[in-house]
Write a protein that binds this ligand. Structure first.
Ligand code: PHE
Length: 478
């Protein structure tokens, strides 16, 4: 038994053998609900183009160097988030940053599993063609009833409905983690992710040719700086981390699986570009339709779910096929991300706590699922059961309680703090020769970008993150 467990763990550890394997796995982690569900809705809440510009700046100046830092630390440490810090900086408190990542992973996967459950439900809805005869308002209403668990009599009698899909999704996530990374998911993401890209592009074309679509394109590309709020900057930074899977050890853990032959610099740039491209294309599929069908841009977490079925309806007969494919692929994209979150926790439990991989997977999946159930209930019957901090000035989130609370705490605080720590670690704590040795694969590669990376990791990323925090706290004014 023991041997078998170790075998599974080692399959996962040397999992990414081919070049495409590592890019697919890291891009699979990055590309997910963050790009297609979260990006459009926070763009909508933060007023459009101006927010996107700030987001892109965060991605380029902070996200990209932090991703490379994580890969670097993971591959050099050859361990999970906590273990890699311990190995590279023994007898120092740096590993606490790894722990914070584990906490963030628990939080993020709690609500991630819930939203992924929604996408699975939408596969079923599309298969049964349930949106075909509905108006945009009815489609929005149906989403609202589903996630809150509202029954036809107005009670929360259907509370278990979204939870059922969440549990299903979490079982599949745990199953993939048990089966090892290489055999399962890698093989499929190679085919399915390019297919998702193709469908999004088709949706872009359809959405942009809808009557009234240009207002959406303008919303995305014509900045109105006046609409930007102080909190928008933190939202942009937090989402840069969330979308690129940074700040909690995912890319450290995956970095430890990357072969010594890969070019880490090139890989991190490719993943960053792919992730950003998908988010922008998703925005371009959604906002023209938002304006064409009169959905409110600031609608919140339901934006994608309330908007896209209208686009499928507008496509006529083939719309249903596209709809099914879209939600199937979105569920797969969510899966390649959720496994990367669970893997952070499991790798830690296996390597640092000496737990068997199977036990580690099952226990952590159960605890996360329970927290996720609370998330789901907090949208419906238990809205007032979790009296959490008032998060947004607009009051938008009071309705979402626990769900939105752990989303904000993890994405807007834990992840950027994790990013602050890792860039400081690579920029200031690690020896320059070690960083250089890792980036150059022990002298085999030319690292012409080194100066740029050093400036970003040492100064721009940590100082940038600090400034955003201080600005949000009102301590500095821009
Ligand atoms: N990046 C993933 C997405 O966009 C979510 C994620 C966050 C995955 C943090 C891993 C770590 O959907």
């Amino acid at each position: 038994m023991e041997k078998k467990v170790n075998e599974v763990a080692s399959v996962a550890r040397d999992g990414f053998t081919s070049k495409f394997g590592i890019i697919a796995a890291a891009a699979g982690s990055a590309i997910g609900l963050g790009n297609i569900w979260k990006f459009p809705y926070i763009v909508g809440q933060n007023g459009g183009a101006a927010f996107i510009i700030i987001y892109l700046v965060c991605i380029a100046l902070i996200g990209a160097p932090v991703m490379l830092s994580e890969f670097l630390v993971g591959r050099r440490g050859q361990k999970n988030a906590v273990g890699s810090y311990k190995k590279l900086a023994p007898n120092t408190p740096w590993f606490i940053n790894g722990w914070m990542g584990i906490v963030a992973a628990f939080m993020i996967l709690s609500f991630y599993g819930v939203v992924a459950g929604w996408t699975v439900f939408y596969v079923v809805k599309m298969l049964t063609n349930s949106f075909a005869a509905l108006s945009p308002e009815e489609i929005g209403g149906m989403f609202g009833s589903f996630i809150t668990g509202t029954a036809s009599d107005g009670s929360f009698g259907q509370w278990w409905h979204p939870i059922m899909y969440q549990i299903l999704f979490m079982i599949v996530t745990a199953g993939v983690i048990l089966g090892g990374v290489k055999n399962g998911i890698e093989k499929y993401s190679k085919i399915l992710m390019p297919l998702l890209l193709l469908i999004i592009i088709i949706l872009d074309i359809k959405a942009m040719t809808l009557p009234g679509a240009m207002a959406g394109v303008e919303f995305l590309f014509k900045p109105n700086w006046a609409a930007l709020e102080v909190s928008s900057v933190l939202d942009a930074l937090g989402h840069a981390f969330f979308s690129l899977s940074l700040g909690m050890g995912t890319m450290i853990t995956y970095g430890s699986y990357i072969s010594k032959k890969e070019n880490l610099g090139v890989t991190s740039i490719q993943v960053t570009i792919a992730d950003t491209l998908i988010a922008l294309l998703a925005g371009l599929a959604i906002f023209p339709a938002v304006f064409a069908f009169g959905v409110a841009p600031a609608e919140g977490p339901g934006l994608v779910f309330a908007t896209l079925p209208n686009v499928f309806n507008a496509m006529g007969g083939i719309g249903q096929i596209f709809g099914v494919m879209f939600f199937v692929l979105l569920s797969v994209a969510a899966l390649t991300s959720s496994i990367s979150i669970l893997e952070v926790v499991v790798a830690y439990l296996v390597e640092e706590m000496n737990l068997e991989r199977k036990k580690a997977t099952i226990y952590s999946a159960i605890i996360i699922t329970i927290s996720g159930i609370l998330c789901s209930l907090s949208l419906g019957p238990w809205t007032t059961t979790f009296p959490v901090l008032e998060i947004s000035e607009t009051g938008m989130f009071t309705q979402y309680g626990y769900f939105d609370f752990i989303d904000k705490i993890s994405a807007n605080f834990l992840l950027p703090i994790g990013g602050l720590a890792i860039s400081t670690f690579v920029g200031w704590k690690m020896r320059k020769e070690d960083v250089m040795d890792e980036l150059s694969n022990s002298g085999l590669l030319k690292v012409s970008y080194y100066v740029v990376f050093e400036i970003l990791a040492k100064y721009v990323a940590p100082i940038g993150i600090l400034i955003v925090f201080l600005y949000n706290l009102g301590i500095i004014k821009l």
